[in-house]
Write a protein that binds this ligand. Structure first.
Ligand code: AMP
Ligand code: GLY
Length: 392
C-alpha cells in the first residue's frame, strides 16, 4: 500500500511513497516482485501510472494517462459528451477569460464553473449571479488560484433532480454495470455547509429502478467507452458517471476514472463476484466471459471527519472505540496513521467511513448509527441523515 494508513497497516505493508512518485513506485514494485497493481485515486492515473507500469511489464488495473483525461480534463470530457451526443448538462469549454465572460453573460443563473484540471474537490464552483461568475472566472483564469488546473474552464447549466454516482467496469469492449450509489457532498445535515469529498453514501439508490440503471448504462456509460475508443484512447478500468436524474432523464455532469470515495465503501461490500477475478478479466480483455453478481442487500456508509472540515481542522488525536463495534460493522480508514505506541491517530480530512449492510437501507442505516457513536476522537463530526429517505 502506498502510502497506506493505520487500517491498511493491519493487512498490508505500508510504503512511505507518494502516490504520484511513479519512479519510486515502479522501482519498489519491481523489487518486491508485485504481481498486480490496483490504483485507487485520480492523481496517479492522471500522472500516467498505468503507462509506466505497463512499460515495466507489471500488470496494473486502471485507465492509462490518455484515457484518464475523461476525469483529469473537464474540457476534454465536455467536448466528448457534446461530440457523441451523450445526454449531459448543457455547457461549453473555454481557454480564454474574455470568451468565458462573454458566454456567461448570456446564461441564466446559477451556473457551475469548473476548473479543467484536477483540484481535489475544489474545482466546481456555483455562481449565483453574473458578478459572482466574473469573480470566479477572474480568480481561476487570471489570478490562477488553482494554478494550471483553472487556466481552462467548463461552464455548465445547473441541473435539478436526484444526483447519482453510477459505476461500470470495462476492458474497453465489454461494459458491465457495477450498480450505483448516492453520495452526500455537503458537510452538514440537510445538505448545509460547503461541499466536501463526500460525507456518506448508500447503495442502491431507492430511485434506481432496473429501467433507470439500464438507461444509464446504455445512454451514458456504454457510449462514453465507445467514444473513448473512437478517439483513439481506449478506456480500461472503472468508469464513474456523475449523473443527475432530471425530468428529461439521466444527464451526465462529469466522469471520473475510478471508484468514488465514499461510494466504494458501499459498492464493494455488495459485490458477490471476487474482485480479483473481475480485475484479471479486465486486464486480459475477457470481461465478456465473466458474470458479475451484485447482492440485493443495501449498504450504508457514514464518514467521520474532524470538526471544522473541510475548511480548517486539527489532526493527530487518538481514536477510541474501534474495538467496541458489532462484528458485521466495516470500518474503512482514510486519514488515519499509527502512533509510536501503535495507537490509531487522526491524520487527515475525512478520517474513516463506518459501513454496514442490511436487508433494507433502513436496517443498514440503523446498524451504522448504533455503532458509530462508540467511535470517538476530539472534535469528531459526522452527518446524522445519511440514507434517511424522506417519504413523499
Ligand atoms: P464535480 O466536481 O463536477 O463532481 O461537482 C461537484 C458537485 O457539484 C457535484 O457532485 C454536484 O453536487 C454539484 N454540481 C456540479 N455540476 C453540477 C450541475 N451542472 N448541476 C447541478 N449540480 C452540479
Ligand atoms: N465521492 C465523490 C468522488 O469520489 O469523486
Amino acid at each position: 500500500m502506498a502510502p497506506g494508513n493505520a487500517g491498511t497497516a493491519h493487512i498490508a505493508q505500508n510504503l512511505d511513497i507518494k502516490d504520484t512518485d511513479l519512479l519510486a513506485l515502479t522501482e519498489s514494485a519491481k523489487q518486491k516482485r508485485v504481481d498486480l497493481v490496483v490504483v485507487g485515486p485520480e492523481a496517479p492515473l492522471a500522472a500516467g501510472i498505468v503507462d509506466r507500469f505497463q512499460a515495466a511489464g507489471i500488470p496494473i488495473f486502471g485507465p492509462n494517462k490518455a484515457a484518464a483525461r475523461i476525469e483529469s480534463s473537464k474540457t476534454f470530457s465536455e467536448a466528448l459528451l457534446l461530440k457523441y451526443g451523450i445526454p449531459c448538462a448543457r455547457g461549453a469549454a473555454f481557454s480564454g477569460y474574455q470568451a468565458a465572460v462573454d458566454y456567461v453573460k448570456q446564461q441564466r443563473f446559477p451556473v457551475w464553473i469548473k476548473a479543467d484540471g484536477l483540484a481535489a474537490g475544489k474545482g466546481a464552483i456555483i455562481a449565483d449571479t453574473l458578478p459572482d461568475a466574473i469573480e470566479i472566472l477572474s480568480g481561476l483564469m487570471e489570478k490562477k488560484t488553482l494554478g494550471a488546473s483553472g487556466e481552462k474552464v467548463v461552464i455548465q447549466e445547473n441541473l435539478a433532480g436526484r444526483e447519482m454516482s453510477a459505476f461500470a467496469i470495462t476492458d474497453g469492449k465489454t461494459v458491465v454495470p457495477l450498480t450505483s450509489a448516492c453520495d452526500y457532498k455537503r458537510v452538514y445535515d440537510g445538505d448545509q455547509g460547503p461541499n466536501t469529498g463526500g460525507m456518506g453514501s448508500y447503495s442502491p439508490p431507492e430511485f434506481a429502478t432496473p429501467q433507470l440503471e439500464k438507461t444509464v448504462l446504455e445512454k451514458s456509460m456504454m457510449p462514453a467507452v465507445r467514444a473513448m475508443a473512437q478517439e483513439g484512447s481506449p478506456y480500461q478500468g472503472i468508469l464513474y458517471g456523475g449523473l443527475f436524474i432530471t425530468k428529461e432523464g439521466p444527464k451526465v455532469i462529469e466522469f471520473n476514472a475510478r471508484l468514488g470515495d465514499p461510494e466504494t465503501q458501499v459498492i464493494l461490500p455488495r459485490l458477490k463476484t471476487d474482485l480479483l477475478e473481475i480485475i484479471m478479466a479486465v486486464i486480459n480483455g475477457k470481461l465478456n466471459q465473466l458474470k458479475i453478481e451484485i447482492s440485493n442487500e443495501a449498504c450504508v456508509g457514514v464518514v467521520m471527519a474532524p470538526g471544522g472540515y473541510p475548511v480548517s481542522y486539527k489532526t493527530g488525536f487518538p481514536i477510541s472505540g474501534l474495538g467496541d463495534l458489532d462484528k458485521d460493522i466495516m470500518v474503512f480508514h482514510a486519514g488515519t496513521k499509527l502512533g509510536t505506541d501503535n495507537q490509531v491517530l487522526t491524520s487527515g480530512g475525512r478520517t474513516l467511513t463506518v459501513a454496514a449492510k442490511g436487508k433494507t437501507l433502513a436496517q443498514a442505516r440503523e446498524k451504522v448509527y448504533a455503532n458509530i457513536s462508540r467511535i470517538k476522537f476530539e472534535g469528531c463530526h459526522y452527518r446524522k441523515d445519511i440514507a434517511l429517505i424522506k417519504s413523499k
